[in-house]
Every structure is written in C-alpha cells, then in structure tokens.
Design a protein around this ligand. Sequence first.
Ligand SMILES: C[S@@+](CC[C@H](N)C(=O)[O-])C[C@H]1O[C@@H](n2cnc3c(N)ncnc32)[C@H](O)[C@@H]1O
Length: 321
Amino acid sequence: MISWKTRLPPALRNPLRRFLVRVMETSNLRAGNDFSWLLRESYWRADLQALDEACARGSDEAAWRPLIERLPLEIFLLLLFTRQTEWPNIARRFPSLPAAGLQETYTSKVNQGHLATLAWFVPAVVQRYQAGGRRIEEAMALDIGCGWGRFLRAFWRYIPGSQLYGMDISPDILKSCDECGVPGRRLLPGGLATPEMRRRFSLIYAYSVFTHLAEATHLELLARLREVVTDDGLVALTIRPRAFWDLLQVQWPQRAATWAELDKTHQSSGYGFTGHAGPTTYGEASIDRSYIERSWKDWQVEGFGFVPGEAYQIVVWLRPR
Ligand SMILES: C[S@@+](CC[C@H](N)C(=O)[O-])C[C@H]1O[C@@H](n2cnc3c(N)ncnc32)[C@H](O)[C@@H]1O
C-alpha cells in the first residue's frame, strides 16, 4: 500500500510527520489522553509490570498494596485517570472512569485534566497528616461530597480501601462509584448519624463542596463533621474567596448586578450565597476569614492555602477544638 510517507519527497517527510504527531497529540490532549505514553517508559516499567502480574493473579488488594506504594503518585494517578490499555490486568482490576459528561458535570474536567489538582491536594493532605507523627496508611478517611470518587481513587495510593469512606447527598452518584469499582465504602448524609461513626475519622476532606452550600446547610454539615472526627483529626475543606464574584463578573457579565450584590454581602456578613435554581441549598458560596473566626467555634484553624491551577479553591486546614 502506498502511504503518505512513500509519496512525499524525503525533505518534507520529517516536518510533516512532526506536524501530524502534534495534531494527534493535541487531539489526544482534548480527549484527556496526552500522557499515556509515559506508562510505557523505562523508569517505572518494572514496577508496573509487577503490579500488572499481581492483578492478573487475583483481586486481593492486600497483595497489590506494596506494589501500589512503590509507584510515584503521578504514575498511579495516570493509571487511574487514563483509559489505558498498556497494562490490561491493571485496567481490568482498578476502578474505571465514568463517562466524560458525568465527570465534567461534577468537576468541570475530564480524565487526565484532573491530574494537576490531585497531584497537589493529595500530597498536601498527606504531608500535613503525617507532620504530627501519624502514618497516613493507618488513617480512617472520610470524603465529604465525594461525587464520582476522584479523590477516593487518588487517596487509595496511600490508604487501603477498607479505611476509605465516601459520603454524598446523591444516591445516583454513589451508584456510579459502585459501578466503576471505586475503592471505599459509600454513605448518604444520614449514615454519619449512626453511633459507630462517632469519633471514627482521623482524616476528613471536602473538596469543592463548601464552595457550593447555603449557610444553614454548611453549618449543619460542619456540626456533623465535629461529631465524627477524632479528637486529633485533620479536616481539609475548600471554600471560595471574595474574588470569586469578580471572576463571575468576567465569565457571566449578564448577571453583573447579582455578583456585585453578592460581593457586598460577602463584605458585610462574610458569607455570599446564591442558589443554582431559585432558593436552593446548593449553588455558589464565598466565605470570608472573619466569618470562619466568628462562626466555626468548634474548630481551630490551622492554616489556609490555595490549589495552584485552581486559585478559586482556598483550602482551610482545621482541627477540632
Ligand atoms: C462540585 S462536586 C465535587 C465532588 C468531589 N468532591 C470532587 O471534587 O471530585 C460537589 C459534590 O457535593 C455533593 N453535595 C452537595 N450537597 C451536599 C451535602 N449537603 N452533603 C454531602 N454532599 C453534598 C454533590 O452531590 C456533589 O457530588
């Protein structure tokens, strides 16, 4: 068969080839598969081979754990957030990804688009958790508003599935976690009220959840978290800063007056909120430091940070008082 290569003069072949590779990479980038080639590289090939063979032998997570822990976090994330075929037994045993549309609806990104967020937030949590001398692999962890489970997947690099819990208000999204084989157990909010949950969790995080809650819902959820966290537990929440309303001015100028009003409310009361569809409990919320100091009486703020690449996710590190 005559290909485009054979018909072209040699001087044009390489530039054209480079161009075509670039086009392919760009379309892969859009599809979220741009870094898949890394899974074939020599640096971690032996470790991936060993994990793939262990996955071929069976589905016992305990047998894989030492092999999972040998992988750099980025490579572990790449395995989980790529529809990869390079390591078929890993692909068969590890959690699969939900449809791109569902990912986008919940988290505005798809597949490898999540890597930067996860590769910053997860190590930041692990480092802070271990700073007190505790071991992350012994943590009992609760993901609040876990959605389709991107953080449950990522924390599984460090924490066995039997110690991971994901809570969400939506039974449908928890079902999608089950269907994809996400590690950990699932809970609806009511599940946290049972006696065995009291003081159970040494690590609780809620990413992009308090960024969306109406004030009463937020206070109720915080009170529930206080009941289930251990006395020396670590809690990490993300919230939106006041400048979020400036961002919406640019992104959604048709509602400029609403954003200006919410900015004013943020300044006067420390809490700005607008429901997504009328007076709901879920929408967009901004929270000021003064509000936290005034209202989160059961919590000691250990510090603040932000997620590089997601500057409108301010991280609040908390300990129970
Ligand atoms: C923007 S998504 C973030 C999902 C996940 N934390 C992540 O970053 O991948 C917000 C999630 O919070 C859940 N949620 C909303 N209100 C909640 C509540 N009151 N209690 C628990 N989960 C809630 C939603 O169902 C949704 O899954």
